[in-house]
Design a protein around this ligand. Structure first.
Ligand SMILES: [Zn+2]
Length: 476
């Protein structure tokens, strides 16, 4: 009975997806709640996933010439106010520091919700000549946004992220970097997180405060809701003009720089949970699994069992491997491996040792195979690759089978009310139509995908000539 307890405590995802999610983050020991509302402790099992994300993203950044820096967490109010759209966008959710010790501050400081203004203030003094360009900087840090509704990883008041901030001599170069980073994000999501994404541009209504254009990658969660998974913004020279960031170009004239910013957050952990998880808990793609293989000894008190388990661990040292030699029953350990989403478990007992084999079981399909002990390294390596590929394909198939087409409002309503997923529909380009769809169905334009299709000639909402195909959906 004890074996089942761990799993029984999770709500079924079909019954109540939100509760299932909460159960998984708690039971898989990814987070804990704290006495600060909307802020969480990221526990070792959760933080290790973030570290793997961070490491692999950072390597990819550096391969494109990105350098890491660190800026302060405080922004003077006057600095935040320099760019009008930007301050309007963020003012409702910033936290303010008003005192230093017991003394009221002359000027209050906000805790960074994002660092565009700080980077601009820094670049203003650091960039003088075309020789100082481009600047391709990134910082890993936490930011604070005073959200009203919070959920672990998806929306918390303080979260971890990276924010890239670049400055260029030309608009073309800035645009190129904006798209380069979006492509990098998309590739990372597919190759590392096994999560397919739609690449596209945000509409004027949905773009970042102060940006000229915002590009996004959008993923579909298991419950049919969309999750914005990363964004890349081209600021043009708007911030440069507001902050006076100028350089002397080769022709000896003074010009404004063109800037970009781009970010990904701990939200991605929420995405992994909601794209791959099942009713037994987490299912981690091997490339972000802190433990890729767990070896579970059967009848571990019998002679030679633990020794063999440890010998196998040594042989699997190319992978992230653990031996679960705790005094819990094997059944309990199996449930735990499933809850934590460890991609492969290896079962090894006295009879297996005698026969020179072990049993390996993959988390994603629960398929079990017997493997000769001498072949374990090769088989396990190939299986991890296979799991990674299969998880991406399954997620893609799920997304594709939950993507619909609507040509008019009746169809849009029917789909949004009965078939959770992405809806592709044509749009006239008028914000009024976006407002109507948002108000009526709580669905937003997710993006205007790079891969455009001509589904019909008229706007799904108003019937006027269509300009763009848009992905619509309810989103986290
Ligand atoms: Zn319209």
């Amino acid at each position: 009975m004890a074996d089942k307890k761990l799993v029984e405590a999770i709500t079924s995802m079909d019954e109540d997806f939100a509760q299932w999610y909460t159960d998984v983050v708690k039971k898989a020991e990814l987070i804990d709640y704290t006495s600060v509302k909307g802020c969480m402790v990221i526990k070792p099992a959760g933080y290790a996933i973030w570290e793997l994300i961070q490491k692999q993203l950072d390597d990819r950044f550096k391969a494109t010439g990105v350098e890491n820096v660190y800026l302060p967490m405080f922004i003077p109010e006057s600095l935040l106010q320099k760019e009008k759209d930007h301050v309007e966008g963020f003012a409702p959710e910033v936290a303010w520091v008003t005192h230093g010790g017991l003394t009221p501050l002359q000027e209050r400081l906000c805790v960074r919700p994002t660092s565009e203004t700080l980077f601009c203030d820094f670049y203003k003094n650091d960039i003088h000549s075309y020789r100082d360009l481009p600047k391709v900087y990134n910082q890993w840090c936490s930011v604070v946004r005073w959200e009203k509704e919070t959920r672990p990883f998806l929306r918390s008041r303080e979260f971890l992220w990276q924010e890239g901030h670049t400055a260029h001599a030309t608009m073309e170069e800035a645009e190129e970097r904006t798209i380069q980073m979006l492509n990098l994000y998309a590739d990372f999501c597919e190759q590392v997180l096994a999560m397919p994404v739609i690449k596209g541009r945000k509409t004027e209504k949905e773009k970042f405060a102060g940006a000229e254009s915002t590009y996004t990658i959008e993923a579909l969660m298991h419950d049919g809701k969309a999750l914005q998974s990363g964004t890349s913004h081209n600021f043009g020279d708007g911030f440069a003009k507001a902050f006076g960031i100028q350089f002397t170009d080769k022709d000896n004239t003074l010009k404004y720089v063109y800037q970009t910013s781009w970010g990904m957050t701990t939200r991605l952990i929420g995405a992994i949970i909601m794209v791959h998880g099942d009713n037994s808990g987490l299912v981690l793609p091997p490339r972000v699994a802190p433990t890729q293989i767990v070896i579970i000894p059967i009848q571990q008190k019998k002679e030679g069992v633990l020794e063999t388990a440890y010998a196998l661990k040594d042989r699997l040292s190319n992978f992230r491997v653990k031996v679960d030699d705790s005094d819990k029953s094997p059944g309990w350990k199996f449930s735990e491996q499933e809850m934590r989403g460890i991609p492969i478990r290896v079962e090894i007992g006295p009879k297996d040792i005698e026969a020179g084999k072990c049993v390996i079981c993959r988390r994603d399909t629960r398929e079990k195979t017997e493997v000769a002990l001498d072949e374990l390294e090769v088989t396990a390596g190939a299986l991890l690759e296979q799991i990674q590929t299969d998880m991406l394909e399954r997620a893609r198939a799920h997304r594709d089978s939950h993507t619909y087409v609507a040509e008019n409002m009746d169809q849009l309503e029917e789909i949004l009310n009965s078939k959770p997923g992405f809806v592709k529909a044509m749009w006239c380009g008028d914000q009024a139509c976006e407002d109507i769809i948002k108000e009526k169905y709580a669905a937003t334009s997710r993006c205007m995908p790079f891969e455009q299709e001509r589904l019909s000639d008229t706007c799904v909402c108003c019937g006027k000539p269509a300009k763009k195909m848009v992905y619509w959906g309810r989103a986290y």
